[in-house]
Ligand binder design. Structure first.
Ligand SMILES: C[S@@+](CC[C@H](N)C(=O)[O-])C[C@H]1O[C@@H](n2cnc3c(N)ncnc32)[C@H](O)[C@@H]1O
Length: 240
């Protein structure tokens, strides 16, 4: 039987025991309102900063994988509006690293949003993971945020194989860990920052599409491992 995600308060009942792969995000509609979409990309920068836990993943999982000489290349696959790539570039500079950060996304609307703000040390390109593999590019560390839950099984297998081919040292894909607590917390918290955007609806749909740690572990090919990060996050990790 399905169980109300908010314990019965004001949220509709949703079944969080299984991934809901039928749900599509409003942002994925090519005909969605472009102004709402632009606001959504900007607002997701704030939401990601609050919920994604990348600051600590940077320290614990990215820094140890960078070359000892402090130089390197980092790739953000499926960069969306570019906030993670920009944050990584800032953290790298403040921690004394000299890294080149590249953000790619095959969606031109995402790259349009990402390139509206210039950022030193970061470039954005309208490309997919397979485009980069085809051009023979390599990066020390390959990361992504909120891409795994977005993909179907076949697309995910291709995305993981591509990221494996692109990384010389480590790949780290971070995503939401599906739970009733995550759903409830996001439902209430996002109401404060979602006006005029798709942030609330798409975030809640993303949680329903996302993995638990055992599910992610089962979905990963050999050589990968799944870890829980902050309470509501999972990481898929592969060391080359
Ligand atoms: C839910 S969005 C996440 C955007 C951003 N990383 C964030 O956290 O806000 C997933 C993004 O992955 C991109 N994507 C899907 N498949 C990809 C691939 N094979 N290579 C690169 N990007 C991909 C989509 O175009 C989409 O913009």
């Amino acid at each position: 039987m399905s169980r109300p995600a908010d314990g019965g308060a004001s949220l509709p009942a949703v079944d969080l025991r299984v991934r809901d792969l039928e749900l599509r995000e409003l942002m994925d509609d090519p005909d969605c309102d472009p102004r709402a979409l632009a606001r959504t990309f900007r607002r997701f920068a704030l939401v990601n900063a609050l919920v994604s836990g990348w600051r600590s993943v940077w320290r614990t999982h990215v820094v140890p994988a960078l070359p000892a000489n402090g130089q390197g290349r980092i790739l953000d696959l499926g960069c969306g509006g570019g906030d993670l790539a920009r944050a990584i570039s800032r953290w790298a500079a403040s921690d004394g690293f000299d890294v080149e950060v590249v953000g790619v996304d095959p969606d031109p609307r995402a790259i349009d949003a990402a390139t509206r703000r210039a950022s030193r040390g970061v470039t954005f390109r309208e490309q997919s993971s397979s485009d980069l593999v085809a051009s023979g590019e390599r990066f020390d560390v390959v990361v992504s945020n909120h891409v795994l839950h977005h993909l179907g099984d076949e697309e995910r297998a291709g995305f993981l194989a591509d990221s494996e081919a692109l990384a010389t040292t480590r790949t780290l894909h971070s995503d939401i860990r599906r739970s009733a607590a995550a759903y409830r917390a996001y439902a209430f918290g996002s109401a404060l920052v979602s006006a005029g955007t798709f942030v609330r609806v798409d975030g809640l749909r993303s949680i329903r599409r996302s993995f638990t740690v055992p599910e992610l572990s089962a979905a990963l090919p050999s050589g990968w491992r799944a870890e829980q990060a902050t309470p509501h996050r999972v990481l898929a990790i592969r060391d080359a």
